[in-house]
Write a protein that binds this ligand. Structure first.
Ligand code: CP3
Length: 352
C-alpha cells in the first residue's frame, strides 16, 4: 500500500484547489442497486443492524469503493440514527424509511429530550469512521453526514415520511414557539454529532435538509435557514477547516438562500441548470451535482454527454461531480460503473 502524502482529490477540490478534473462520488452509492448490498441485506434484514454493527456498516461503505473507486466514501448510516440518543426511539422500515414510535407533538416531549452524548449513544460511529479512513488510506475522501434540523423535525413530528407535511406545518403555522424549541435543540445536537464525526475521521460533512424544499422561500427563511446556519456556525467554531456541504431536495426556489447557510459547498439538483446555479450562487460558493439520477437509465453515450455538459457548465473550480440526489435502487450497476469511469477519465481541457 502506498502512503499518499497529499490530501485526496475531493478534499482538495472542497478546499478550493483547481484540479485536472472534478472529484466524483454518488449520493446513496452504497445501497440497493448493488447486488453485493442486497445479498448482505438478506443476512442482516434490519437496517439498524446494517448501519450500527460496525463490521457490516464498514463493509457496505466499502462495496462501492471496491467496485468503482469513487473520490468520496460515505459513512453508511441514516439521518435519524442519532435520534435514540436524544430519547426518540425509531426504526427504519423496509421500503418506507424512518418510523418514530412516539412522534413529538407536545412541549412536554421537547422538554424531556436529552442532550446528545455521541460517545455513549453512537459508539459505533468512531469504529466505522476510523476503519474507513484506514481502508481508503487517503486514496479517497471519507464523508460523514447529518440530517438538518427541519428535516429531522419533519420525521420526529410526522412520525414517518410524508407527502404533505401536514402535521409539522400545522405546528409551524399554529404553534411556532414549540417547533422553534425543537429545531433549536436539534441544531445543537446535530452540531455536536457533526463535530464528533470529524473528530472520528470524517474529512467532509454533508448536511441533508432533504425536505426543506417543501417550504415556501419565506418559511424556509424562518424554519430551515436559521437552523442550518446554527449548525454550520457551531461546527466551524471548532473545525474551521472541514468543508461542509448542504443538500436541499427541490432546491430551485431557495438556491441563493442555501448559499447563505454557511455551507462551503451547495448541492444543486437537476431542477436547476448548472450554469444558472453558478450564476445565482456567485463566485465564492462551490457546488456539487447535478445530474438527474434517472440519466443512469440512459445509454452510455447519453450518460457521457450529460457528464460533459455538467462539467462544462460548472467550470474548472469548486465543483464536485455528483447526481442531484441519490442513485435510484433499480439503476443498472454497469451504468454506475460507466459513470465513474467516464468521470475519472475526464480532463477539463477536453470538455471545456
Ligand atoms: O451510502 C450512502 O450513500 C449513505 C446512504 C444514506 C442512507 N440514508 C442509507 C439508507 C444516506 C445519505 C441517508 C440519509 C437519509 N435518510 C436522507 C437524506 C438523503 C435524501 O435522500 O434526501 C433521508 C431523507 C433519509 C430517510 C430515509 N431513510 C429514507 C427516505 C429511506 C428510504 C426508504 C426506502 O426504502 O426507499 C431510508 C432508508 C435508507 N437509508 C435506505 C438506505 C440505503 C434504504 C433501506 C435499505 O437499503 O434497506
Amino acid at each position: 500500500m502506498g502512503v499518499s502524502l497529499s490530501a485526496p482529490h475531493l478534499l482538495r477540490a472542497a478546499r478550493g484547489e483547481v484540479l485536472d478534473r472534478p472529484p466524483v462520488w454518488m449520493m446513496r452509492q452504497a445501497g440497493r442497486y448493488m447486488k453485493a448490498y442486497r445479498d448482505l441485506r438478506e443476512k442482516y434484514p434490519s437496517f439498524r443492524d446494517r448501519s450500527e454493527i460496525p463490521e457490516v456498516a464498514i463493509e457496505i461503505s466499502l462495496q462501492p469503493w471496491r467496485a468503482f473507486q469513487p473520490d468520496g466514501v460515505i459513512l453508511f448510516s441514516d439521518i435519524v440514527t442519532p435520534l435514540p440518543g436524544l430519547g426518540i426511539e425509531m426504526d427504519i422500515a423496509e421500503g418506507k424509511g424512518p418510523i418514530i414510535q412516539s412522534p413529538i407533538r407536545s412541549q412536554a416531549q421537547i422538554d424531556q429530550l436529552r442532550p446528545l452524548e455521541p460517545e455513549a449513544s453512537l459508539p459505533f460511529i468512531k469504529t466505522i469512521l476510523q476503519a474507513l479512513r484506514t481502508e481508503v488510506d487517503n486514496q479517497s475522501t471519507v464523508l460523514g453526514f447529518v440530517g438538518a434540523p427541519w428535516t429531522l423535525a419533519a420525521y420526529a413530528v410526522e412520525g414517518k415520511g410524508s407527502k404533505t407535511y401536514s402535521v409539522i406545518k400545522n405546528m409551524a403555522f399554529s404553534d411556532p414557539t414549540v417547533l422553534h424549541q425543537l429545531l433549536a435543540k436539534f441544531a445543537d445536537a446535530i452540531a455536536i454529532y457533526a463535530r464528533y464525526q470529524i473528530d472520528c475521521g470524517a474529512q467532509v460533512v454533508q448536511m441533508f435538509d432533504s425536505w426543506a424544499g417543501q417550504l415556501s422561500p419565506q418559511d424556509y427563511d424562518v424554519f430551515a435557514l436559521p437552523y442550518q446556519q446554527r449548525v454550520f456556525e457551531q461546527v466551524k467554531q471548532t473545525h474551521p477547516d472541514t468543508p461542509l456541504i448542504l443538500l436541499v431536495s427541490g432546491s430551485a426556489g431557495v438556491l441563493e438562500r442555501m448559499g447563505k447557510s454557511g455551507a462551503d459547498i451547495v448541492t444543486v439538483d437537476w431542477s436547476v441548470d448548472m450554469a444558472d446555479a453558478r450564476a445565482r450562487l456567485g463566485k465564492e460558493v462551490k457546488v456539487q451535482g447535478n445530474l438527474d439520477p434517472g440519466v443512469l437509465f440512459g445509454s452510455q453515450e447519453f450518460i457521457r454527454d450529460r457528464i460533459y455538459d455538467t462539467v462544462r457548465k460548472a467550470g474548472n473550480w469548486g465543483h464536485i461531480l455528483n447526481l442531484g440526489h441519490g442513485v435510484l435502487p433499480t439503476t443498472p450497476e454497469e451504468n454506475v460503473a460507466f459513470f465513474f469511469e467516464t468521470a475519472k477519465q475526464l480532463s477539463l481541457t477536453a470538455v471545456t
